[in-house]
Design a protein around this ligand. Structure first.
Ligand code: G4P
Length: 546
């Protein structure tokens, strides 16, 4: 008997959804995110680590660290997507920038994942950037798995680390395995799910999978094998199994409980059990809220949203890539889709699969996947694409800028490239650009979430658009879109330490030197609206430019 085509298509879709995991790693710089990423790729067979390690020692870069500035500074600025298969599961790892100043890009990426892995340095525990990123995950109730790294070095007592997770992040921490020894004496892990011990062997240069030997527990020879570590381990196991909190899948999926794993990404200890557990625990793509209600991933009609734009990923192509996260249905090359913001249909002619700097054309993709679309100015962050009846997904939140600076071109003959670069970087969401309302002072004012972003702008304008620039820092710390009765606005004498500007749409933006000053102005002019950009609605944008 033949299976109806509709039924077999929906079965295919359900199967593809069920085997996808889309996640990001969140961590404070230096906790080991890049190393863990490399090792996940090694275990999946996606890269030959020998090559990656070599590249790293020469330029301090994994596949996902690719821009010049990143390499020069040894930090990761832009997020890219890595896709690999492991044990029949298709894993999409969305890389997030590691430096605290690039948080906005990271925040957007976290809007496109179904779970996150939090990497902690065992000697440092929760650090400032971990907290910030965790707060974003918490807003979306993203399930989080924790990997406590660098167990091959002296670190903090594991029980203290669990307590810190609970106290600082308000999340129940449930260890799935437990370290045996630490520092130079780190031998392996006790598996709390099955009573067994996992021993690891160091490999030369850590370029290969660490061989793992499994011993049942208790085992007559263990006391001898473990030596000094045996006694403390027995006590700790008794404590953990006696008073320990049980894993609760619903609480994990709601982001209230985190399974905790220990290991050392550098020496490959614990990477394999972590990856195996990740595949089992991390959820497949889930439904997403839209203007038409929740859209389940198994909905046959295709839908997705753009969460990132990146220009000049490939110096040879000099094009812009929009990153589309697929929410539902099957994506096919050359399909016609409805572009909600432009209210028109477009053809998906050149979809790409991305792997760091590399790309290849794809024929199809499924929910959870990230597709790179070459973007001839068609897409902006937050755009929804769909087949079937129109819908749009909830907007991607924006983060208010806290740093401001005047951008000066050093080469006045290159105005065209300067303006083009500025517009493209703004569309990518690298920074916002404001202008003086009278256009007498023509130099744009940049607004960014973090100061290092200014270096990114200057460096990219020079390397990608050939324009040398300088950014002169301003002392303002806040921006608000101000609207209200035009006569009232025209008559205001703004206090010192404020600056009146306009955005690209001609809407009035005020910069303030302090929170107090903003509070004063809001009190002084109660009839006016002082809004963040994401609060500025359609009616406000229609108000005449000041
Ligand atoms: P990040 O992406 O979170 O910023 O961290 P990254 O992986 O780059 O790791 C930061 C440093 O910590 C690197 O050392 C890395 O080798 C080291 N590291 C990562 N995981 C482990 C681990 O499990 N054990 C130990 N002992 N070290 C680890 P580096 O000296 O800054 O760089 P490199 O010279 O090794 O490239």
């Amino acid at each position: 008997m033949s299976v109806p085509i509709e039924k077999s298509l929906s079965d295919d879709l359900a199967r593809e959804v069920a085997r996808r995991r889309t996640f990001a790693i969140i961590s404070h710089p230096d906790a080991g995110k890049t190393t863990l990423t490399e090792k996940l790729l090694l275990y999946s067979g996606a890269v030959h680590l020998a090559g990656a390690v070599q590249a790293r020692s020469h330029q301090r870069a994994a596949k996902s660290d690719w821009m010049e500035l990143e390499q020069a500074r040894g930090i990761s600025i832009t997020s890219t997507a890595l896709q690999f298969d492991y044990q029949g599961v298709r894993v999409n790892l969305l890389d997030t920038p590691g430096h605290q100043d690039f948080s906005e890009d990271t925040y957007r990426t976290l809007m496109a994942v179904d779970s996150a892995v939090m990497v902690l340095d065992s000697a440092k525990g929760i650090e400032p950037q971990t907290k910030k990123l965790f707060a974003v995950c918490r807003k979306r109730n993203i399930p989080i798995m924790t990997f406590i790294n660098k167990m091959d070095q002296p670190g903090r007592y594991p029980f203290d680390l669990l307590e810190e997770i609970e106290q600082t992040l308000g999340m129940t921490a449930v260890p799935f395995n437990w370290p045996i020894g630490e520092g130079a004496g780190f031998q392996g892990l006790y598996d709390l799910q099955e009573p067994q011990v996992l021993f690891f062997q160091r490999t030369l240069h850590n370029q290969r999978r660490a061989p793992m030997r499994v011993e049942t527990f208790p085992h007559p020879s263990l006391a001898e094998t473990l030596g000094e570590a045996y006694g403390p381990l027995q006590e700790e196991i008794a404590l953990l199994t006696g008073a320990g909190t049980k894993f609760d899948r619903d609480r994990f999926l709601a982001g209230q409980l985190t399974p905790v794993f220990f290991g050392s990404a550098l020496t490959n200890f614990g990477v394999e059990p972590f990856l195996n557990a990740f595949l089992q625990l991390a959820p497949p793509p889930g439904p997403r809220r839209s203007s038409e209600g929740l859209v389940p991933p198994t909905e046959s009609k295709f839908s997705g949203f753009v969460f990132k734009i990146q220009a000049n990923m490939d110096p040879q192509h000099r094009d812009r890539m929009a990153f589309l996260r697929i929410v539902s249905g099957r994506f096919e090359k050359d399909m016609m889709v409805y572009h909600a913001r432009l209210d028109r249909k477009i053809r998906m002619t050149r979809p790409h699969r991305l792997f760091g700097r590399d790309r290849e054309t794809i024929e199809e993709a499924y929910p959870g996947d990230v597709v790179g679309l070459v973007n001839p100015g068609l897409f902006i962050i937050g755009d929804t694409l769909c087949s079937g009846s129109p819908l749009s997904f909830d907007a991607i939140p924006q983060f208010p800028p806290e740093c401001f600076g005047v951008l000066r071109s050093q080469d006045l003959t290159k105005q065209k490239q300067f303006q083009k670069g500025l517009q493209q970087l703004e569309e990518e969401g690298v920074m916002q650009v404001f202008y003086s309302p009278d256009h007498v002072r023509r130099e744009p004012v940049l607004a960014a979430v973090g100061e290092l972003q200014f270096d990114v702008v200057a460096s990219r304008l020079e390397s990608e658009y050939g324009v040398k620039t300088l950014v002169e820092r301003m002392s303002f710390v806040l921006a608000r879109w101000v609207s209200g009765d035009p006569d009232t606005l025209a008559g205001i004498y703004w206090p010192q330490d404020t600056r009146r500007l306009v955005d690209r749409e001609g809407r009035m933006v005020m910069l303030f030197g302090s929170e107090r000053l903003l509070a004063y102005c809001m009190k002084e002019y109660p009839a006016l609206k002082f809004q963040l950009r994401e609060e500025v609605g359609a009616s406000d944008s229609a108000s005449p430019p000041v």
